[in-house]
Design a protein around this ligand. Sequence first.
Ligand code: PMP
Length: 442
Amino acid sequence: MAPRPGSGVTLDAFTDRYAQRTHGMTASEIRALFAVASRPEVVSLAGGMPNLSALPLDAVGKLMGELVQTRGAQALQYGSGQGDPHLRELICEVMALEGIAGSSEDVVVTVGSQQALDLVTRVFIDPGDVVLAEAPSYVGALGTFASFQAEVVHVEMDSAGLVPEALRAAMARVAAAGKRAKFLYTVPNFHNPAGVSLVESRRDEVLALCQEAGLLVLEDNPYGLLGFDAPPTRAIRARSTGAHGHNDDVLYLGSFSKTFAPGLRVGWVLAPHAVREKLVLAAEAAVLCPPTFNQMAVADYLSTQDWQGQVSAFRAMYRERRDAMLEALGSLMPPGTTWTHPAGGFYVWVTLPDGLDAKVLLPRAITARVAFVPGSAFFADGSGRSHLRLSYCYPEPERIREGVRRLATVLEEEVELRATFGSTGPLRAGRPQSEFPSPDLA
Ligand code: PMP
């Protein structure tokens, strides 16, 4: 349809023809941010892009070249819908590092763990079904749940991860409302966006609660090997062995995006045996098979390179950046600001001084050349406005310090304004909020 004259807005002529499920499909706040945050003058503490500067690109290029030369006819051909059998074997070795004894028969290779989220939701969720999910939750998972018209019920976390009591209470509320919860979505290690991990002592309790209630656990674990201080914690999946050695309680999601390369888009699900076939059928309907070349490249990387040494190098790099961010926050943030202390992964979750709203602050921060993700992106109901997510994975330590310095100045100004004029609400110095540059345009 032609643009409305002078509006610069193209009306969507398809509105009355879209499927119901598209109503939940709205652009995430992170997506709008990427356009702005990628400008060189902005210090982006927003996106969670892994930093690939430490990857041995020569070695990766060589193994990919050899793959085409020696096994090109296979690598460039369609493959199995479930994924390359050799890679599935190697994936089991990766999972063993977190105590998981899974069979390669029960692994389904996916196009990143994002597709695994899609497949699991597709297979289990009818419109209106409840998904229990941590408060806050990974924005990409919330997008998937919304696109299948799930109702997300958030469950509180604290510095030790998901709170079992809160889970029990949420389950009771869902049952009292006569609704059906299908699974608990949890990121137990180095949570995106909260930066906390589910402590060992709570893992069995969370699993037992879900088992009692007949709820599956969807354990999403892309950051598990990126712990700075200690070896990986035993996965929830590793704790659950059913009657005949089968595990029917946990669907475990893994990914090579953070330990190798996100551009290859290789992730996986380890599913209960019965669920595996449904996931494969759903995957075949979506993509026929995951990319053969990429899977074989990952398999070659795992079997010919010191990939665990490489993960150690990533850990050291991220740890240095985490330290830079925590030091800068500690010395620069105004009183009343608090934040989590991640022991791994990419993210710090910040709680603002009383009354400050991260969404209102964002355009001001971008004007001050620093970007973050407002907390509301990580709540299905748009709450969480007094929080924001900072990521330290990508920028150099010096840029991280500079970014935090810029953010601290914005927060200080806001705190001062509130002290002088009371609640600044949506207005500031008489200027309506809508006139502040939108994240897309600033
Ligand atoms: N789960 C979580 C918690 C994530 O943070 C991400 C990526 N940021 C994903 C899943 C998806 O990762 P990928 O599809 O690249 O494996």
